[in-house]
Design a protein around this ligand. Structure first.
Ligand code: ADP
Ligand code: MG
Length: 312
């Protein structure tokens, strides 16, 4: 680009102007895209028009089309980064119109996809989990079942239903969080936004912070996100405040608003109930625990995942 337009500018001030101009003109007119354009518009174009439009044609020839000369978006050589030119007739001129290029299109789609998956304290590899690269094993029928139900979930959600989430439980390292990540990605492909929250860290942060507006905003976001995934419930330390005010409020809201909610836990429902019954201070509050359990059961179908530990 630089090279050609500079040559064009320098040209007019040189004595051999005519020769050089004709050379460049020939190069431009021999360009296969330009030739194709001139042929397909031959009835609208005359040589006067071509000469009047020569600067535009230079500009066209020297830019990358379909990303063929740009290694990446940030190294895009075009005048408008992320856009490539197309020839068009505008009035009595041949002009350029700029369209978004394939690389930028992919890049924008990826950004949009990422922006649909919110997360708090979730490792990056989990956020990249996909159904199609989940490693399946015929000896793990529960994983096959969970994944098949997860696909059904996404499909029903897309059809406008608001199906129940899962209470996904099983031992450490077998891929519960990974499956939640894959569901979040699948939802994002369908433009549904979701949020994955690692519960122990979320609760720790809530406990450590003052009741400020950023905290309120976080809580609001968790309450209202279209699809919520509460990861590793049961691994947090229980306080009445966290259980009743935080978890209770979030679940109550989601139940009333019919917002799908998933959980993962090392505990089955009975063990979770036990865990939630005893606060850190040793108070036994079975009724309050039962109230939370009611909400979880209302929101989810319980699914046990059995399989090998996939951690290193
Ligand atoms: P859990 O939540 O049950 O403790 P994770 O989902 O964190 O387990 O999985 C443990 C590790 O194994 C993670 O690093 C994850 O990326 C990997 N992993 C889990 N399930 C799969 C799978 N089906 N295919 C490939 N890698 C997996
Ligand atoms: Mg996990």
């Amino acid at each position: 680009m630089e090279h050609m337009s500079k040559s064009f500018k320098n040209l007019t001030s040189r004595p051999d102007f005519n020769d050089r101009y004709n050379d460049l003109r020939k190069q431009v007119l021999n360009h296969p895209d330009v030739q194709a354009f001139l042929t397909s518009h031959s009835h609208e174009i005359d040589s006067g028009m071509i000469d009047r439009s020569m600067v535009k044609l230079f500009e066209y020839v020297n830019q990358s089309k379909n990303c063929e000369q740009c290694p990446s978006l940030s190294q895009c050589k075009n005048l408008l980064q992320g856009y490539h030119p197309r020839l068009a007739i505008v009035g009595k001129m041949i002009d350029l119109q700029y369209d978004i290029c394939p690389t930028k299109k992919t890049h924008d789609e990826m950004k949009k996809h990422q922006s649909l998956i919110k997360s708090m304290y979730i490792p990056k590899d989990i956020l990249e989990a996909q159904f199609h690269n989940i490693d399946l094993d015929v000896n793990e029928p529960s994983r096959l079942k969970v994944i098949s139900l997860a696909q059904d979930f996404v499909e029903s959600y897309n059809n406008g239903e608001r199906p129940k989430g899962f209470y996904l439980y099983g031992s450490f390292g077998i891929g519960k969080t990974y499956i939640l990540g894959a569901i979040a990605n699948e939802l994002a492909t369908h433009s549904v936004s979701s949020m994955l929250v690692y519960v122990p860290e979320f609760m720790r942060e809530l406990k450590g912070s003052f009741q400020d507006s950023s905290l309120d905003n976080k809580l609001e976001a968790v309450k209202k996100i279209p699809v919520l995934m509460l990861d590793d419930l049961g691994a947090e330390s229980v306080s009445s405040w966290m259980r009743d005010e935080i978890l209770g409020t979030i679940l109550q809201y989601r139940m009333l608003e019919n917002l799908p909610t998933f959980f993962s836990s090392n505990f089955n429902l009975k063990e979770l109930q036990h865990h939630l019954s005893t606060s850190q201070r040793g108070e036994e509050e079975p009724v309050k625990a039962a109230r939370i359990m009611e909400r979880i059961k209302h929101l989810t179908i319980p699914l046990e995942l059995v399989g090998k530990n996939r951690r290193g």
